[in-house]
Write a protein of this length. Structure first.
Ligand SMILES: Cc1cc2nc3c(=O)[nH]c(=O)nc-3n(C[C@H](O)[C@H](O)[C@H](O)COP(=O)(O)OP(=O)(O)OC[C@H]3O[C@@H](n4cnc5c(N)ncnc54)[C@H](O)[C@@H]3O)c2cc1C
Length: 284
């Protein structure tokens, strides 16, 4: 289908983009890579009068060192994030997740910020960013504010970013030297996950000193599997210990039922995938 008629601007700065949002209010919509928004417009599920393209704003692109974190610009494509050396060194969990995200075409157009702002509970980036304790930089009329990962995802397709705001980047605290793995369960290649688990593990010898675990598609937002994390801390990195901890993966979840599987099936998957993800991250 052809989208409804809309006007279009492509500002060169965040300030100009914010001004366009302020001028058009509810009638404006940001576009990044367009991989989720364009299908929505074509199906006429949304019909903004003004589309504000972030594609010309150079300051929103790239990955940089930011002290104890790395900063990923919102308009950095999945493909760019996936091969970035800083991401590989300090946030390997994100790089691992991107290898499973969609196909090469989508990865070359879709953006880090666009995917996180879209907040599909089946999206592959939310759980890794949540697990690593990412901090979201949100620019608005009053300046830039920082939103903790725990507060960013509000509900299905809903984040803490207001209608008059722009997600400009995400700070990922450095997890240098941590083992990482993203275990995604799909029926066919390049699909959205039925369930996926993001795990990062810091080993001290043969002991799991710290673990961070995020769940994809086990509720209306990405979730931290905190009970698993607590159960893993201080445990030996063995099959038995990880299996016991992984049984706790369903605590606090509320998985959907759909044609790909009912909630019970997803609960089963969450335990199995958590075990696999943590064991692989720990190198067992
Ligand atoms: C065939 C196909 C398969 C896919 N498979 C997967 C998959 O397996 N896993 C997965 O995770 N994703 C998948 N995706 C989605 C992909 O990750 C998209 O890139 C992503 O959802 C949206 O990113 P985008 O840059 O294209 O954003 P857009 O489509 O341009 O925007 C999406 C939404 O976010 C808003 N937005 C965009 N940028 C900002 C910003 N900086 N600040 C505030 N709001 C903003 C827009 O207004 C819009 O509402 C798939 C997409 C397609 C088309």
């Amino acid at each position: 289908m052809i989208p409804a008629r809309f006007d279009y601007v492509a500002p060169a700065t965040v300030e100009e983009a914010l001004a366009a949002l302020a001028e058009h209010g509810d009638d404006a919509k940001l576009i990044a890579g367009g991989q989720s928004l364009l299908p929505v417009l074509r199906m006429r599920l949304n019909a903004p009068e003004m589309v504000v393209d972030l594609g010309r704003i150079e300051s929103l692109r790239g990955v940089s060192d930011d002290g104890d974190a790395i900063l990923v610009g919102a308009m950095t494509t999945h493909a760019e994030v996936g091969v970035d050396p800083l991401v590989a060194e300090h946030a390997a969990l994100v790089a691992k997740a991107i290898t499973h995200l969609a196909d090469a075409q989508v990865r070359h157009r879709g953006t880090f910020g666009g995917a996180l702002a879209h907040a599909d509970p089946a999206g592959d980036l939310g759980a890794p960013v949540l697990a690593l304790g990412g901090e979201f930089l949100v620019a608005g009329p009053g300046g830039t504010r920082t939103v903790a990962a725990d507060d960013f995802f509000v509900d299905y397709f809903t984040t803490a970013v207001g209608e008059d705001e722009i997600l400009t980047g995400v700070r990922l605290p450095k997890h240098t030297g941590w083992g990482a793995h993203y275990e995604k369960f799909v029926r066919i290649a390049h699909q959205w996950p039925i369930v996926a688990v993001a795990a990062a593990v810091r080993l001290d010898g043969d002991t799991i000193a710290e673990a961070r675990v995020g769940l994809t598609n086990m509720g209306s937002t990405p979730l931290r599997a905190r009970a698993v994390e607590e159960a893993l801390a201080g445990q030996p990195a063995t099959e038995d210990a990880v299996r016991r901890a992984a049984e706790l993966a369903v605590e606090g979840t509320n998985p959907p039922s759909d044609l790909n599987g009912d909630a019970d099936y997803r609960r089963h998957l969450a335990k199995v995938l958590t075990r696999r993800a943590v064991l692989t991250a720990a190198g067992v």
